[in-house]
Design a protein around this ligand. Sequence first.
Ligand code: CO
Length: 170
Amino acid sequence: MQPLRILHYPDPVLQKRSQAVSGFDDRLLDLAGRMIETMYQAPGAGLAAPQVGISLQLSVIHLPTGEKEKRNPLILFNPRIIEEKGRVSEEEGCLSIPDFTAKVSRSKYVKVEYLDVDSRVAVIEGEDYLARVLQHEIDHLNGILFIDRLGRLKRDLVRKRLLKHIAPSG
Ligand code: CO
């Protein structure tokens, strides 16, 4: 399967709130499947629909199994955080912001409610790494990138650097 093209900052689709998913059809499930393939090929810990240019509340993440290389994807429609605890700062990156990482402060634990592929309400809890991935992907659906979570000074500096990097030369 041909991986989907991943959009990079400052593409406007990455910076707007996605539409909630209301109807489930084969096209939507097909999109989720292609996003999973794209995530594993990248490779990334997760991928949100806006990153492939589709402004819908759909994210896929890899659930760590303890076994390296083992695929264990989870598809989340309309995910939202219903509980969170603690605070922890860790290094983070994003497929839409290549070659840049920074420490981001996030909740240590989150409980997330979402719709699964059968459009049933489901809940997932995550701590540390998984909590970070869930928050990062839900942020994408709200048009928020991890660089938006940095302190103002650092954020302005990073934005300038990233925009300079993509500016046409000559
Ligand atoms: Co990302």
